[in-house]
Design a protein around this ligand. Structure first.
Ligand SMILES: Cc1ncc(C[n+]2csc(CCOP(=O)(O)OP(=O)(O)O)c2C)c(N)n1
Ligand SMILES: [Mg+2]
Length: 319
C-alpha cells in the first residue's frame, strides 16, 4: 500500500486517540459536562471505513462518534468547543459529546437514541437515489442497535429499494454492561444480512487495513450497483461505557480488557510500519508531538469560546 495512505491512517487514529484522552482529562477537571462516551481502542473501525469515502459521501453514527467526525475532517478545535458546550462548537455547544454535526462534511450526527441513526441513514440512501446521485452513506451503530426493530426494517428496505448504504455494526461485544451473548441468539451480526438478501461481512475491527479493504469493496458495490452491505467490525472499547463507568470491572474481567489491549489498532499499524521501514521512530514521535500541539490548541480555542447566549436557546430546535 502507498506510504502516504498508511501514514494518513496512522495519523488519523492517533489524532482521535489523543483527542479523546484530552477530553477525558478535561472531563476530570470539570470542564466538560454531561455524557462522554469514548471510543479508545475502536479507532481502526471508523478510520479504516471513512478513509475510503469521497467528500460528497455521507456519514451518520451513534453517540460514540468523536472519531467518525474527526476522520471526516472536522476541526478538532470545533469538536473540543462542542464538548465544552461553547458557541463555536460543531453544534453551537448545544449538543455536546453525543451530538457532533458537520453539514459541510456531510457528517449527519451524533445520535443519542440507540439505533436512531439506522432509519435516518436509510433515508439518506433513498435521497441519494431520488436525486440520481452516486454517493454512498456509511451508517455506523453499535451491537446494541441490532435488537431494535429499526435495524431490521432498515435493512429490509435498503435491500428491497437498492439503497447505497453501508450498515457498519461496530461490535464491541457490550451494550453498556450487557454482553452481546445475553441479548442475541446469533452473535455473528454479519449473518443477519442473509435474511435481507444483502452481502454481509465480518472484519477484524482492530486492523485498520482490513477494515479499509472490506469497506472499499462494499462502497464500490453501493456506488456502482446500488447494493447495500452489512459490515460487522469486531472491536473493543478499552475504557468504560462512559466516563461514569470508569472501571468496567463488574461485567467484564480485567484479563479480558488486557487481552484486547494487545491488539491495540494504533500499536498494530505502527509495528507493521516500523518493521516495513515505512515510518521511523523519529517520524512517529514528530507526528505525536504535532498532534499533541493540535490538542493544546483545541483546548485553548474551546476555553476562549463563549457559552451560547440566551437567544440561542430555542434556535435549531425541532419540535
Ligand atoms: C432507544 C434507547 N434505549 C436505551 C438507551 C440507553 N443506552 C445508551 S447506550 C446503550 C447501549 C448501546 O450499546 P451499543 O449499541 O453496543 O453501543 P456501544 O455503547 O457499545 O458503542 C443503551 C442501552 C438509549 N440511549 N436509547
Ligand atoms: Mg456495543
Amino acid at each position: 500500500m502507498d506510504k502516504k495512505v498508511m501514514v494518513d491512517l496512522l495519523y488519523q487514529m492517533l489524532l482521535i486517540r489523543r483527542f479523546e484522552e484530552k477530553a477525558a482529562e478535561m472531563y476530570a477537571q470539570g470542564k466538560i459536562g454531561g455524557f462522554l462516551h469514548l471510543g479508545v481502542g475502536m479507532e481502526a473501525s471508523c478510520v479504516g471505513a471513512i478513509s475510503v469515502l469521497r467528500p460528497d459521501d455521507y456519514v451518520i453514527a451513534g453517540y460514540r462518534e468523536h472519531g467518525h467526525c474527526l476522520v471526516r475532517g472536522s476541526d478538532p478545535r470545533l469538536a473540543m468547543a462542542e464538548l465544552f458546550g461553547r458557541m463555536d462548537g460543531l453544534s453551537k455547544g448545544k449538543g455536546g459529546s453525543m451530538h457532533f454535526f458537520d453539514k459541510e462534511r456531510n457528517f449527519l450526527g451524533g445520535t443519542g437514541i440507540v439505533g436512531g441513526q439506522l432509519p435516518i441513514g436509510t433515508g439518506v440512501g433513498f435521497a441519494i437515489n431520488y436525486r440520481g446521485g452516486d454517493q454512498v452513506c456509511l451508517c455506523f451503530f453499535g451491537d446494541g442497535s441490532v435488537a431494535q426493530g429499526v435495524f431490521h426494517e432498515s435493512l429490509n428496505m435498503a435491500a428491497l429499494w437498492k439503497l447505497p448504504v453501508l450498515y457498519i455494526c461496530e461490535n464491541n461485544l457490550y451494550a453498556m454492561g450487557t454482553a452481546l451473548s445475553r441479548t442475541q441468539s446469533v452473535t455473528d451480526i454479519y449473518k443477519k444480512a442473509e435474511a435481507y438478501g444483502m452481502p454481509g461481512e465480518q472484519v477484524d475491527g482492530m486492523d485498520v487495513l482490513a477494515v479499509r479493504e472490506a469497506v472499499t469493496r462494499a462502497v464500490e458495490r453501493a456506488r456502482r450497483e446500488k447494493i447495500p452491505t452489512l459490515i460487522e467490525t469486531r472491536t473493543y472499547r478499552f475504557r468504560g461505557h462512559s466516563m461514569r463507568d470508569p472501571a468496567a470491572a463488574l461485567y467484564r474481567t480485567r484479563e479480558e480488557v488486557e487481552e484486547w489491549k494487545k491488539s491495540d489498532p494504533i500499536v498494530q499499524l505502527w509495528d507493521r510500519m516500523s518493521r516495513d521501514g515505512t515510518v521511523s521512530d523519529a517520524e512517529y514521535k514528530e507526528m505525536d508531538k504535532e498532534i499533541s500541539q493540535v490538542m493544546e490548541e483545541a483546548v485553548r480555542f474551546a476555553e476562549a469560546s463563549p457559552e451560547p447566549p440566551l437567544e440561542e436557546l430555542l434556535t435549531d430546535v425541532h419540535v
